[in-house]
Write a protein that binds this ligand. Sequence first.
Ligand code: HMG
Length: 412
Amino acid sequence: MTMKIGIDALGVAIPRRYVDMVELARARGIEPGKYVEGLGAREMAVAEPGEDTVALAARAASRALAASEIDRSNLGMLIVGTETGVDHSKPVASFVHGLLDLPRTMRVYDTQHACYGGTAGLMAAVEWIASGSAAGRSALVVCSDIARYGVGTAGEPTQGAGAVAMVVSANPALLEIDVGVSGAASAHVHDFWRPLGMREAQVDGHYSVQCYLDAVSTAYRGWKARAIERGLVRATVGEQVSEQLARVCYHVPFCKMARKAHLQVRKSELEDAGTAWDAAADQVGLASFRTQVEPSLGLCARVGNVYTGSLYLGLAGLLSTQAGELAGARIGMFSYGSGCTSEFFSGVVGKGAAARIAAAKLGDMLDARERISVAEYERIMAMPPSTPPADMAASDGFRFVGVTNHQRQYAK
Ligand code: HMG
Protein backbone atom coordinates (compact mmCIF):
# COMPACT_ATOMS: atom_id res chain seq x y z
CA MET A 1 0.00 0.00 0.00
CA THR A 2 1.35 3.46 -0.83
CA MET A 3 2.02 5.76 2.06
CA LYS A 4 -0.22 8.79 2.55
CA ILE A 5 1.94 11.92 2.93
CA GLY A 6 1.09 15.58 3.27
CA ILE A 7 0.17 18.49 5.52
CA ASP A 8 -0.84 17.36 8.99
CA ALA A 9 -1.25 20.74 10.71
CA LEU A 10 -0.97 24.44 9.89
CA GLY A 11 0.00 27.45 11.95
CA VAL A 12 -0.37 31.04 10.74
CA ALA A 13 1.24 34.24 12.03
CA ILE A 14 0.40 37.73 10.80
CA PRO A 15 1.42 41.18 12.01
CA ARG A 16 -0.71 42.73 14.74
CA ARG A 17 -1.54 45.78 12.59
CA TYR A 18 -3.15 46.47 9.22
CA VAL A 19 -4.37 49.31 7.01
CA ASP A 20 -7.74 49.45 5.34
CA MET A 21 -7.51 49.50 1.54
CA VAL A 22 -10.26 52.05 1.00
CA GLU A 23 -8.40 54.45 3.28
CA LEU A 24 -5.09 53.73 1.53
CA ALA A 25 -6.64 54.33 -1.90
CA ARG A 26 -8.13 57.66 -0.78
CA ALA A 27 -4.76 58.74 0.65
CA ARG A 28 -3.18 58.03 -2.75
CA GLY A 29 -5.92 59.89 -4.67
CA ILE A 30 -7.08 56.63 -6.26
CA GLU A 31 -10.69 55.50 -6.71
CA PRO A 32 -11.08 52.79 -3.95
CA GLY A 33 -12.77 50.45 -6.45
CA LYS A 34 -9.37 49.90 -8.05
CA TYR A 35 -7.92 48.34 -4.89
CA VAL A 36 -11.08 46.63 -3.63
CA GLU A 37 -12.66 45.27 -6.84
CA GLY A 38 -9.76 45.81 -9.27
CA LEU A 39 -7.19 43.97 -7.12
CA GLY A 40 -9.52 42.23 -4.66
CA ALA A 41 -7.83 43.65 -1.55
CA ARG A 42 -9.67 44.64 1.63
CA GLU A 43 -6.93 45.00 4.26
CA MET A 44 -3.13 44.90 4.19
CA ALA A 45 -0.91 43.61 6.99
CA VAL A 46 1.79 46.02 8.16
CA ALA A 47 4.85 44.45 9.78
CA GLU A 48 6.81 46.45 12.33
CA PRO A 49 10.56 45.87 12.68
CA GLY A 50 9.92 43.55 15.67
CA GLU A 51 7.80 41.36 13.40
CA ASP A 52 10.53 40.32 11.00
CA THR A 53 10.69 37.15 8.89
CA VAL A 54 12.23 35.15 11.74
CA ALA A 55 9.74 36.29 14.38
CA LEU A 56 6.76 35.55 12.13
CA ALA A 57 8.24 32.16 11.14
CA ALA A 58 8.85 31.17 14.78
CA ARG A 59 5.32 32.19 15.80
CA ALA A 60 3.73 30.23 12.94
CA ALA A 61 5.95 27.21 13.61
CA SER A 62 5.10 27.06 17.30
CA ARG A 63 1.39 27.28 16.42
CA ALA A 64 1.66 24.48 13.83
CA LEU A 65 3.44 22.25 16.36
CA ALA A 66 0.81 23.04 19.01
CA ALA A 67 -1.97 22.12 16.55
CA SER A 68 -0.31 18.87 15.48
CA GLU A 69 -0.27 15.74 17.59
CA ILE A 70 3.32 14.88 16.70
CA ASP A 71 6.03 14.61 19.28
CA ARG A 72 8.77 17.24 18.65
CA SER A 73 11.47 14.62 19.17
CA ASN A 74 10.08 12.95 16.02
CA LEU A 75 10.97 15.95 13.80
CA GLY A 76 13.83 15.24 11.39
CA MET A 77 13.75 18.24 9.07
CA LEU A 78 13.06 21.98 9.27
CA ILE A 79 12.89 24.00 6.05
CA VAL A 80 12.01 27.68 5.80
CA GLY A 81 10.99 29.00 2.40
CA THR A 82 11.65 32.73 2.26
CA GLU A 83 12.80 35.49 -0.06
CA THR A 84 13.16 38.06 2.72
CA GLY A 85 15.72 36.43 5.00
CA VAL A 86 17.73 38.40 7.56
CA ASP A 87 21.30 37.27 6.81
CA HIS A 88 23.29 36.37 3.70
CA SER A 89 24.57 33.18 5.30
CA LYS A 90 22.62 32.11 8.38
CA PRO A 91 19.22 30.80 7.31
CA VAL A 92 15.95 31.83 8.93
CA ALA A 93 15.47 28.11 9.65
CA SER A 94 18.49 28.16 11.96
CA PHE A 95 16.97 30.97 14.09
CA VAL A 96 13.64 29.12 14.21
CA HIS A 97 15.37 25.88 15.19
CA GLY A 98 17.00 27.64 18.14
CA LEU A 99 14.00 29.71 19.22
CA LEU A 100 11.76 26.63 19.32
CA ASP A 101 14.45 24.47 20.92
CA LEU A 102 13.97 21.76 18.30
CA PRO A 103 15.97 18.49 18.23
CA ARG A 104 19.70 18.79 17.49
CA THR A 105 19.55 15.82 15.12
CA MET A 106 17.47 17.64 12.47
CA ARG A 107 18.40 18.73 8.94
CA VAL A 108 17.82 22.54 8.92
CA TYR A 109 17.94 24.92 5.93
CA ASP A 110 16.20 27.62 3.86
CA THR A 111 14.88 27.33 0.32
CA GLN A 112 14.66 30.28 -2.05
CA HIS A 113 12.99 30.99 -5.33
CA ALA A 114 10.79 34.06 -4.78
CA CYS A 115 7.28 32.98 -3.77
CA TYR A 116 7.93 29.36 -4.79
CA GLY A 117 10.46 28.87 -1.93
CA GLY A 118 7.86 27.42 0.46
CA THR A 119 6.66 24.90 -2.12
CA ALA A 120 10.28 23.88 -2.76
CA GLY A 121 10.47 23.10 0.97
CA LEU A 122 7.15 21.28 1.01
CA MET A 123 8.13 19.10 -1.97
CA ALA A 124 11.53 18.30 -0.43
CA ALA A 125 9.81 17.26 2.81
CA VAL A 126 7.16 15.16 1.05
CA GLU A 127 9.74 13.42 -1.13
CA TRP A 128 12.06 12.88 1.89
CA ILE A 129 9.22 11.02 3.60
CA ALA A 130 8.20 9.16 0.41
CA SER A 131 11.80 8.03 -0.22
CA GLY A 132 11.93 6.30 3.15
CA SER A 133 14.83 8.49 4.37
CA ALA A 134 12.59 10.02 7.03
CA ALA A 135 12.22 6.59 8.64
CA GLY A 136 8.97 7.54 10.36
CA ARG A 137 9.98 11.11 11.21
CA SER A 138 8.07 14.29 10.28
CA ALA A 139 9.16 17.64 8.84
CA LEU A 140 8.35 21.23 9.69
CA VAL A 141 8.08 23.53 6.64
CA VAL A 142 7.64 27.26 7.21
CA CYS A 143 6.91 29.98 4.66
CA SER A 144 7.66 33.47 5.98
CA ASP A 145 8.03 36.85 4.26
CA ILE A 146 7.52 40.59 4.36
CA ALA A 147 6.22 41.79 0.96
CA ARG A 148 7.44 45.34 0.42
CA TYR A 149 7.36 47.51 -2.71
CA GLY A 150 7.39 50.97 -1.15
CA VAL A 151 5.05 53.87 -0.42
CA GLY A 152 3.39 55.36 -3.50
CA THR A 153 4.44 52.60 -5.94
CA ALA A 154 2.04 50.62 -8.17
CA GLY A 155 2.91 47.55 -6.09
CA GLU A 156 2.04 49.28 -2.78
CA PRO A 157 -1.52 47.89 -2.52
CA THR A 158 -0.12 44.37 -3.07
CA GLN A 159 2.16 44.39 -0.02
CA GLY A 160 1.57 42.31 3.13
CA ALA A 161 3.43 40.09 5.61
CA GLY A 162 2.95 36.78 7.33
CA ALA A 163 4.03 33.20 7.83
CA VAL A 164 2.40 29.83 7.38
CA ALA A 165 4.00 26.77 8.98
CA MET A 166 3.13 23.20 8.08
CA VAL A 167 3.83 19.93 9.83
CA VAL A 168 4.46 17.44 7.02
CA SER A 169 4.01 13.79 7.88
CA ALA A 170 2.65 10.39 6.97
CA ASN A 171 -1.13 9.99 7.48
CA PRO A 172 -1.77 13.76 7.44
CA ALA A 173 -4.96 15.25 8.88
CA LEU A 174 -5.27 18.24 6.54
CA LEU A 175 -4.13 17.46 2.99
CA GLU A 176 -2.73 14.27 1.47
CA ILE A 177 -0.48 15.33 -1.43
CA ASP A 178 -0.67 13.34 -4.69
CA VAL A 179 3.04 12.49 -4.58
CA GLY A 180 4.73 12.62 -7.98
CA VAL A 181 1.71 14.12 -9.73
CA SER A 182 2.65 17.68 -10.59
CA GLY A 183 3.56 19.93 -13.48
CA ALA A 184 6.33 22.53 -13.38
CA ALA A 185 7.06 25.58 -15.55
CA SER A 186 10.17 27.77 -15.35
CA ALA A 187 11.77 30.57 -17.43
CA HIS A 188 14.57 33.10 -16.89
CA VAL A 189 12.56 36.35 -16.73
CA HIS A 190 12.92 39.67 -14.92
CA ASP A 191 9.32 40.07 -13.84
CA PHE A 192 10.10 40.67 -10.16
CA TRP A 193 13.42 40.65 -8.32
CA ARG A 194 15.22 42.24 -5.37
CA PRO A 195 18.92 43.04 -5.85
CA LEU A 196 21.19 42.36 -2.83
CA GLY A 197 21.03 45.22 -0.36
CA MET A 198 17.65 46.54 -1.49
CA ARG A 199 14.67 46.37 0.84
CA GLU A 200 12.05 47.01 -1.83
CA ALA A 201 11.29 44.55 -4.62
CA GLN A 202 11.75 45.69 -8.20
CA VAL A 203 8.88 44.67 -10.41
CA ASP A 204 7.64 44.92 -13.97
CA GLY A 205 4.04 44.63 -12.77
CA HIS A 206 2.01 43.88 -15.90
CA TYR A 207 4.77 41.68 -17.30
CA SER A 208 4.81 39.74 -14.01
CA VAL A 209 1.10 39.04 -14.42
CA GLN A 210 1.75 37.72 -17.94
CA CYS A 211 4.69 35.56 -16.75
CA TYR A 212 2.45 34.07 -14.05
CA LEU A 213 -0.30 33.32 -16.61
CA ASP A 214 2.15 31.69 -19.06
CA ALA A 215 3.50 29.58 -16.21
CA VAL A 216 0.11 28.43 -14.95
CA SER A 217 -0.86 27.15 -18.44
CA THR A 218 2.29 25.04 -18.79
CA ALA A 219 2.30 23.77 -15.20
CA TYR A 220 -1.41 22.90 -15.30
CA ARG A 221 -0.98 20.95 -18.55
CA GLY A 222 1.91 19.00 -16.96
CA TRP A 223 -0.18 18.17 -13.88
CA LYS A 224 -3.18 17.20 -16.01
CA ALA A 225 -1.18 14.76 -18.16
CA ARG A 226 0.22 13.02 -15.05
CA ALA A 227 -3.09 13.06 -13.21
CA ILE A 228 -4.79 11.38 -16.19
CA GLU A 229 -1.94 8.84 -16.49
CA ARG A 230 -2.30 7.99 -12.80
CA GLY A 231 -6.11 7.78 -13.02
CA LEU A 232 -6.71 10.67 -10.58
CA VAL A 233 -8.89 12.47 -13.14
CA ARG A 234 -10.68 11.36 -16.30
CA ALA A 235 -9.73 12.65 -19.75
CA THR A 236 -13.06 13.69 -21.18
CA VAL A 237 -13.70 15.30 -24.54
CA GLY A 238 -15.34 18.72 -24.30
CA GLU A 239 -15.20 18.87 -20.49
CA GLN A 240 -12.84 20.98 -18.40
CA VAL A 241 -10.71 18.46 -16.49
CA SER A 242 -10.07 21.19 -13.89
CA GLU A 243 -13.74 20.89 -12.93
CA GLN A 244 -12.96 17.48 -11.47
CA LEU A 245 -11.05 19.34 -8.77
CA ALA A 246 -13.39 20.39 -5.96
CA ARG A 247 -11.41 23.61 -5.40
CA VAL A 248 -8.24 25.19 -6.74
CA CYS A 249 -5.91 27.34 -4.61
CA TYR A 250 -3.54 29.63 -6.50
CA HIS A 251 -0.58 31.74 -5.43
CA VAL A 252 -2.26 35.03 -4.45
CA PRO A 253 -0.12 38.16 -4.88
CA PHE A 254 -3.51 39.94 -4.92
CA CYS A 255 -6.90 38.23 -5.08
CA LYS A 256 -7.76 39.23 -8.65
CA MET A 257 -4.67 37.28 -9.79
CA ALA A 258 -6.32 34.02 -8.70
CA ARG A 259 -9.29 34.84 -10.91
CA LYS A 260 -7.05 35.59 -13.88
CA ALA A 261 -5.17 32.33 -13.24
CA HIS A 262 -8.32 30.26 -13.09
CA LEU A 263 -9.62 31.70 -16.36
CA GLN A 264 -6.21 31.02 -17.89
CA VAL A 265 -6.39 27.34 -16.87
CA ARG A 266 -9.80 27.09 -18.51
CA LYS A 267 -8.55 28.88 -21.65
CA SER A 268 -5.69 26.37 -21.90
CA GLU A 269 -8.17 23.50 -21.77
CA LEU A 270 -10.28 25.03 -24.55
CA GLU A 271 -7.15 25.73 -26.61
CA ASP A 272 -6.12 22.07 -26.28
CA ALA A 273 -9.57 21.05 -27.51
CA GLY A 274 -9.30 23.49 -30.45
CA THR A 275 -12.20 25.61 -29.16
CA ALA A 276 -12.12 29.41 -29.08
CA TRP A 277 -12.55 31.44 -25.87
CA ASP A 278 -15.62 33.66 -26.14
CA ALA A 279 -17.97 35.72 -23.94
CA ALA A 280 -19.98 32.63 -22.99
CA ALA A 281 -16.83 30.76 -21.95
CA ASP A 282 -15.86 33.82 -19.89
CA GLN A 283 -19.20 33.75 -18.03
CA VAL A 284 -18.97 30.01 -17.33
CA GLY A 285 -15.36 30.56 -16.21
CA LEU A 286 -16.38 33.28 -13.77
CA ALA A 287 -19.10 31.07 -12.30
CA SER A 288 -16.54 28.30 -11.89
CA PHE A 289 -14.14 30.80 -10.23
CA ARG A 290 -16.82 31.65 -7.66
CA THR A 291 -17.29 28.01 -6.68
CA GLN A 292 -13.83 26.59 -7.16
CA VAL A 293 -11.53 29.45 -6.16
CA GLU A 294 -13.25 32.29 -4.29
CA PRO A 295 -13.67 30.33 -1.02
CA SER A 296 -9.86 30.28 -0.69
CA LEU A 297 -9.46 34.06 -0.90
CA GLY A 298 -11.01 35.31 2.35
CA LEU A 299 -7.81 35.37 4.41
CA CYS A 300 -5.65 36.62 1.53
CA ALA A 301 -7.96 39.63 0.99
CA ARG A 302 -7.41 40.62 4.63
CA VAL A 303 -3.64 40.11 4.82
CA GLY A 304 -2.21 40.86 1.36
CA ASN A 305 0.71 39.15 -0.35
CA VAL A 306 2.81 37.07 2.03
CA TYR A 307 5.00 35.79 -0.85
CA THR A 308 6.04 32.18 -0.01
CA GLY A 309 3.08 31.67 2.30
CA SER A 310 0.38 33.09 -0.02
CA LEU A 311 -0.70 29.78 -1.55
CA TYR A 312 -0.86 28.20 1.92
CA LEU A 313 -2.70 31.17 3.40
CA GLY A 314 -5.26 30.48 0.67
CA LEU A 315 -5.38 26.82 1.69
CA ALA A 316 -5.78 27.79 5.37
CA GLY A 317 -8.61 30.18 4.45
CA LEU A 318 -10.32 27.51 2.36
CA LEU A 319 -10.09 24.82 5.02
CA SER A 320 -11.20 27.16 7.79
CA THR A 321 -14.54 27.63 6.04
CA GLN A 322 -15.08 24.45 3.98
CA ALA A 323 -12.96 21.61 5.39
CA GLY A 324 -16.04 19.64 6.49
CA GLU A 325 -17.71 19.57 3.09
CA LEU A 326 -14.39 19.00 1.30
CA ALA A 327 -13.32 15.94 3.34
CA GLY A 328 -12.17 13.28 0.86
CA ALA A 329 -12.24 15.71 -2.12
CA ARG A 330 -9.28 16.45 -4.39
CA ILE A 331 -8.14 20.08 -4.71
CA GLY A 332 -5.59 21.73 -7.02
CA MET A 333 -2.70 23.91 -5.83
CA PHE A 334 -0.63 26.33 -7.96
CA SER A 335 2.59 27.84 -6.65
CA TYR A 336 4.35 30.63 -8.58
CA GLY A 337 7.70 32.25 -7.83
CA SER A 338 8.86 35.15 -9.95
CA GLY A 339 12.02 34.83 -11.88
CA CYS A 340 10.36 32.33 -12.54
CA THR A 341 9.45 28.82 -11.51
CA SER A 342 6.09 27.28 -10.69
CA GLU A 343 4.31 24.04 -9.93
CA PHE A 344 0.75 22.80 -10.18
CA PHE A 345 0.00 19.88 -7.84
CA SER A 346 -2.96 18.38 -6.04
CA GLY A 347 -4.04 16.70 -2.86
CA VAL A 348 -6.99 15.20 -1.04
CA VAL A 349 -8.53 16.96 1.97
CA GLY A 350 -8.34 14.81 5.10
CA LYS A 351 -11.28 13.60 7.12
CA GLY A 352 -9.84 15.24 10.25
CA ALA A 353 -9.24 18.57 8.52
CA ALA A 354 -12.18 20.52 10.00
CA ALA A 355 -11.23 19.83 13.62
CA ARG A 356 -7.52 20.40 12.97
CA ILE A 357 -7.96 23.75 11.21
CA ALA A 358 -10.48 24.98 13.81
CA ALA A 359 -7.68 24.67 16.37
CA ALA A 360 -5.70 27.28 14.42
CA LYS A 361 -8.33 29.95 15.40
CA LEU A 362 -7.68 31.99 12.27
CA GLY A 363 -10.75 34.21 12.67
CA ASP A 364 -9.75 35.21 16.22
CA MET A 365 -6.27 36.07 14.97
CA LEU A 366 -7.65 38.47 12.34
CA ASP A 367 -10.11 40.03 14.77
CA ALA A 368 -7.40 40.67 17.36
CA ARG A 369 -5.51 43.00 15.00
CA GLU A 370 -5.40 46.75 15.28
CA ARG A 371 -6.36 48.97 12.34
CA ILE A 372 -3.87 51.81 11.90
CA SER A 373 -4.04 55.03 9.89
CA VAL A 374 -2.18 55.52 6.63
CA ALA A 375 0.09 58.03 8.41
CA GLU A 376 1.01 55.39 11.03
CA TYR A 377 1.64 52.81 8.28
CA GLU A 378 3.96 55.30 6.52
CA ARG A 379 5.80 55.93 9.80
CA ILE A 380 6.38 52.18 10.21
CA MET A 381 7.53 51.83 6.59
CA ALA A 382 10.15 54.56 7.17
CA MET A 383 11.72 52.77 10.16
CA PRO A 384 15.14 51.20 9.54
CA PRO A 385 14.81 47.38 9.58
CA SER A 386 16.97 46.98 12.68
CA THR A 387 14.93 49.39 14.83
CA PRO A 388 14.20 47.58 18.11
CA PRO A 389 10.47 47.64 18.85
CA ALA A 390 9.46 50.21 21.44
CA ASP A 391 6.05 48.88 22.38
CA MET A 392 5.78 45.23 21.48
CA ALA A 393 5.42 43.99 25.05
CA ALA A 394 1.79 43.08 24.48
CA SER A 395 2.58 41.14 21.32
CA ASP A 396 1.87 37.46 21.26
CA GLY A 397 4.99 35.41 20.60
CA PHE A 398 8.51 35.84 19.31
CA ARG A 399 9.85 39.23 18.29
CA PHE A 400 13.08 40.79 17.07
CA VAL A 401 14.59 42.99 19.80
CA GLY A 402 17.86 44.35 18.37
CA VAL A 403 21.36 43.52 17.15
CA THR A 404 24.37 42.78 19.38
CA ASN A 405 27.80 42.12 17.80
CA HIS A 406 26.09 41.82 14.40
CA GLN A 407 23.90 39.06 15.82
CA ARG A 408 20.13 39.43 15.69
CA GLN A 409 18.40 38.94 19.02
CA TYR A 410 14.88 37.67 19.66
CA ALA A 411 12.64 37.48 22.69
CA LYS A 412 9.32 35.92 23.53
P1 HMG B 1 -1.68 49.04 -11.89
O1 HMG B 1 -1.10 49.26 -13.22
O2 HMG B 1 -1.61 50.19 -10.94
O3 HMG B 1 -3.20 48.60 -11.96
O4 HMG B 1 -0.95 47.83 -11.18
P2 HMG B 1 -4.12 48.36 -13.24
O5 HMG B 1 -4.29 49.61 -13.99
O6 HMG B 1 -3.66 47.15 -13.99
O7 HMG B 1 -5.50 48.03 -12.50
C1 HMG B 1 -5.63 46.88 -11.73
C2 HMG B 1 -7.05 46.34 -11.95
O8 HMG B 1 -7.98 47.26 -11.36
C3 HMG B 1 -7.47 46.23 -13.41
O9 HMG B 1 -8.23 45.06 -13.52
C4 HMG B 1 -8.33 47.47 -13.62
O10 HMG B 1 -9.26 47.31 -14.67
C5 HMG B 1 -9.01 47.54 -12.28
P3 HMG B 1 -7.87 43.96 -14.65
O11 HMG B 1 -7.94 44.66 -15.96
O12 HMG B 1 -6.45 43.51 -14.35
O13 HMG B 1 -8.85 42.88 -14.46
N1 HMG B 1 -9.55 48.87 -11.94
C6 HMG B 1 -10.72 49.04 -11.32
N2 HMG B 1 -11.68 48.18 -10.91
C7 HMG B 1 -12.79 48.68 -10.29
N3 HMG B 1 -12.97 50.03 -10.06
C8 HMG B 1 -12.03 50.92 -10.44
C9 HMG B 1 -10.87 50.45 -11.11
N4 HMG B 1 -9.75 51.05 -11.61
C10 HMG B 1 -8.97 50.07 -12.10
N5 HMG B 1 -12.23 52.20 -10.21
C11 HMG B 1 -0.24 45.63 -10.62
C12 HMG B 1 -1.43 46.54 -10.92
C13 HMG B 1 -0.75 44.27 -10.18
C14 HMG B 1 0.60 45.47 -11.90
C15 HMG B 1 0.62 46.28 -9.51
O14 HMG B 1 -0.12 46.36 -8.31
C16 HMG B 1 1.92 45.54 -9.23
O15 HMG B 1 2.93 45.78 -9.88
N6 HMG B 1 1.93 44.62 -8.22
C17 HMG B 1 3.11 43.85 -7.86
C18 HMG B 1 3.39 42.72 -8.84
C19 HMG B 1 2.43 41.56 -8.73
O16 HMG B 1 1.72 41.39 -7.77
N7 HMG B 1 2.45 40.67 -9.76
C20 HMG B 1 1.61 39.50 -9.77
C21 HMG B 1 2.18 38.38 -10.62
S1 HMG B 1 3.86 37.99 -10.16
C22 HMG B 1 3.69 37.09 -8.67
O17 HMG B 1 2.64 36.68 -8.31
C23 HMG B 1 4.93 36.89 -7.86
C24 HMG B 1 5.06 37.78 -6.64
O18 HMG B 1 4.20 37.32 -5.62
C25 HMG B 1 6.50 37.83 -6.16
C26 HMG B 1 7.26 36.52 -5.91
O19 HMG B 1 7.14 35.52 -6.61
O20 HMG B 1 8.09 36.57 -5.00
C27 HMG B 1 4.68 39.21 -6.93
